[in-house]
Design a protein around this ligand. Structure first.
Ligand SMILES: *Cc1c(COP(=O)(O)O)cnc(C)c1O
Length: 354
């Protein structure tokens, strides 16, 4: 047998959100925070046209897409670096700064990919428990030491949906040593409606150690194509570009992302509909007697403790797939109104159980 790295035996595998079906065939996937909408016709058209060129390698520098992103955000071209999904951008960042013996600090519970990526990079995870449902930024700042190379902040946080506000974020950033990279994961940025939650891009210009990551997977509806990006000052972006596997962002992903930026108004209108549904779902749950933290993302969080897996099973019986974290709680994506109604009915039935 070849000799494998020990970490492969101990690291927790990533568990993707499952689809389930009720006995009558109804199936609502609210387990992966995807867009509930079909791709826009203009995006499908761009992909179909792009398919005519897939005998060729993609543009390795993804120049046109990088230009489009830079223009969209009003940042220099050199501040943008891409990856096949922002999960891979996070991996690229860890590879750019992580060395054996170094540490990465993040809140827990937060995005499930962080521990996996840290293990793969050979970097030690330092998990700081949430305070209630929020990042405990004071304790996170105290957890930073000479070995720390990177801090993940997930804003809003997956799976709790809560967001870090401007003053707290800036106070934290002021405490982080300049040689420690802070990665602000804004995968759900487009769903934020609280004015006190900062746009990370308004903060990075005078902070050379701040890196903002975004994705086309959620609000832009391209989860199946894998494309995400980071924006930071030149040295961070350049380091990340060195770590990317050649041709990692494929041609169809590049053209679809460009087409999505061109159709952004339509896509953001869909986001607005999801945000309205989010309000409706949260208020209905509170009306049923549930405690639901305020959420700035496209999902809600129910802290169910020991009842979590029973709750997920009860939802599955109604055809609703949620994301359970055993012993902690369940994250439920906001879908279209029909899916949300199915979820609300399942939640109501569950809360009426003895
Ligand atoms: C969904 C998600 C991402 C996006 O991952 P992609 O690889 O871009 O699909 C990144 N961070 C968080 C916290 C997420 O929930």
């Amino acid at each position: 047998m070849p000799r494998f790295r020990q970490i492969l035996d101990t690291m927790a595998p990533y568990k993707p959100g499952k689809a389930v079906a009720a006995p009558d065939g109804r199936s609502y996937k609210l387990s992966s925070n995807e867009s509930p909408y079909d791709p826009l016709p203009s995006v499908v058209e761009a992909i179909a046209e792009g398919a005519r060129h897939i005998n060729r390698y993609p543009d390795p520098g993804a120049i046109k897409l990088t230009e489009a992103i830079a223009e969209r955000h009003g940042v220099p071209f050199g501040h943008v670096a891409l990856g096949p999904g922002s999960v891979t951008v996070a991996q690229e960042l860890l590879e750019a700064v992580g060395e054996p013996g170094s540490e990465v600090v993040y809140a827990w519970r937060s995005f499930e990919a962080y521990p996996l990526l840290a293990d793969l990079a050979g970097v030690t995870s330092v998990r700081v428990p949430l305070a209630g449902e929020d990042h405990d930024l004071d304790t996170m700042a105290e957890a930073i030491n000479d070995r720390t190379r990177l801090v993940f902040l997930c804003n809003p946080n997956n799976p709790t949906g809560t967001a870090i506000r401007r003053r707290a974020l800036e106070a934290f950033l002021d405490r982080v040593p300049e040689d420690v990279l802070v990665v602000l994961d804004e995968a759900y940025h487009e769903y934020v409606r609280d004015d006190d939650v900062p746009d990370g891009l308004s903060l990075y210009r005078d902070r050379p150690n701040l890196c903002v990551t975004r994705t086309f997977s959620k609000a832009y509806g391209l989860a199946g194509l894998r494309v995400g990006y980071m924006i930071a000052q030149e040295p961070v972006a350049a380091a990340v570009r060195k770590t990317i596997v050649p041709f990692a962002v494929n041609h169809l992903a590049q053209v679809a992302a460009i087409a999505s930026l061109q159709a952004e108004d339509e896509l953001l209108e869909r986001v607005e509909r999801v945000v309205k549904e989010r309000t409706r779902v949260r208020e209905a749950l509170i009306g049923q007697g549930w405690t639901v933290p305020p959420t700035e993302a496209n999902f809600v969080w129910l802290r169910l403790g020991e009842r979590t897996l029973d709750f997920a099973a009860a939802c599955a019986e109604e055809g609703v797939a949620v994301r359970p974290f055993a012993g902690e709680g369940a994250r439920v994506s906001i879908g279209d109104p029909e899916a949300n109604d199915a979820f609300l009915a399942a939640a109501k039935a569950f809360s009426a159980r003895p």
